[in-house]
Design a protein around this ligand. Structure first.
Ligand SMILES: *Cc1c(COP(=O)(O)O)cnc(C)c1O
Length: 383
């Protein structure tokens, strides 16, 4: 019996060829391939401007800087997210304010955001958690009149749609991840998309030491003019080797989403017949890429979440505990989040698991997973 992983990147000969072409070209750092990837990504996501970064965490950092968030400001974030969402406000001296999520989507809601707004609220980071599109319009309706910037953490969201468009398309700032745990991967990598031309320009400079002229442009001229460093910047660049992979991966995205949704539909059908298991699904306003196919183990199920994880592990199936709760991590203990207000987050983080789902997953592999989900029922029935 072979091990079934929770996720596997879908890459092949085309990515290998793309990287070897870049190496043969002699230009491996940020250059023409990054520029091409940015153009193609912007078109695919209906974004006006796209700025490639070293990862999504650095894209979130740049988003907060260009949005003018700084010391003493509050940034509303879900606790129910990978920790980078809550860390980003800390980088600019702001304070993350944790709010709860909806139990069916795992995303924040307009009501939750509205209840947490204070005079110090400068921005909100909403997340398309596990690929489930957040209801962005309703949150912008609350925040826009107050001048609060809504940043979409679309790390998990490439290939998901919101009201008929790619997620992120309606956001003034969106941050994306190309980590192998997401659909489209460049090994490590990220992107910032924005509808604001000035913010795009500043982010483009900030990711490259705030240089007045990019290294690629400087290199292109024989006698380059002296560059200036306009403010304190960062090195958050992507390499052309990564971008070349990203271009190939972007071309595979719709096929990846199609296959993932097919596997998700098969899980949904199987789980519908099992009492006590509640799977994630599409919300009424969009479609998920099912970056993380999570299932809540409810009290009616014969075993608890950890029991089910153990049963899967015994079948050499690598599932994962559900999405984390950032407020429970030592890094945020001092922030003294009010756990009482994060009841859904704590319930989901304690009782959900993420099932294997990857492009190359075979029907037999999925049947093996489903058999384990059904097994505790059989045992209980005989007991
Ligand atoms: C993965 C992830 C990130 C971090 O992405 P990196 O590219 O690894 O920095 C941020 N936010 C969310 C919601 C994520 O899932």
């Amino acid at each position: 019996m072979n091990r079934i992983n929770v996720m596997k990147p879908w890459m092949g000969a085309d990515e290998i060829l793309a990287v070897s072409d870049v190496i043969a070209s002699g230009w491996v750092a940020q250059g023409p391939k990054v520029a091409q990837f940015e153009r193609e990504f912007a078109v695919a996501m209906h974004a006006q401007h796209a700025i490639a970064t070293s990862n999504c965490t650095t894209a979130l950092h740049l988003a907060l800087i260009v949005a003018g968030v700084g010391a003493g400001d509050e940034v509303i974030v879900p606790s129910f997210s990978f920790i980078a969402t809550a860390n980003a406000p800390i980088y600019v001296g702001a304070r993350p304010i944790f709010i709860d999520v909806d139990s069916s989507t795992g995303d924040v809601t307009a009501e939750g955001v509205a209840a947490a707004i204070t005079e110090r609220t400068r921005a909100v980071i909403v997340v398309d958690q596990g690929g489930v599109p957040v209801d962005l319009d309703s949150i912008q309706e609350v925040c826009d009149p107050l001048g609060i910037v809504v940043i979409e953490d679309a790390a998990c969201g490439a290939g998901s749609t919101y009201r008929g468009r790619p997620v992120g398309a309606g956001a003034v700032l969106a941050a994306w991840s190309f980590h192998p745990r997401k659909l489209l991967t460049t090994g490590e990598g990220g992107m910032l998309t924005t509808s604001n031309a000035q913010w795009a320009e500043r982010a483009r400079q900030l990711r490259e030491h705030a240089m007045s002229m990019s290294a690629a442009d400087r290199q292109a001229s024989v006698l380059a003019p002296a560059e200036e460093y306009l403010e304190t910047g960062f090195n958050y660049r992507m390499t052309d080797m990564q971008a070349a992979v990203g271009i190939v991966q972007l071309g595979r995205l719709s096929e990846m989403v199609r296959r993932r949704r097919e596997i998700a539909a098969r899980y949904a059908t199987a789980i519908a017949g099992i009492d006590g298991l509640r799977p994630v699904g599409d919300p009424e306003w969009g479609t998920s890429n099912f970056q993380s196919y999570w299932v809540e183990v409810e009290p009616g199920f014969p075993t608890d979440r950890d029991g089910l994880l153990k049963a899967l592990a015994e079948g050499d199936i690598s599932a994962r505990r559900g999405i984390m709760a950032s407020h429970r991590q030592p890094a945020f203990w001092a922030a003294a989040a009010d756990h009482a207000l994060l009841g859904v987050t704590e319930r989901l983080t304690d009782n959900t698991l993420i099932l294997p789902l990857f492009h190359q997953m075979t029907d037999e592999e999925q049947a093996r997973v489903i058999d384990v989900l059904r097994a505790p029922l059989t045992v209980a029935g005989h007991g």
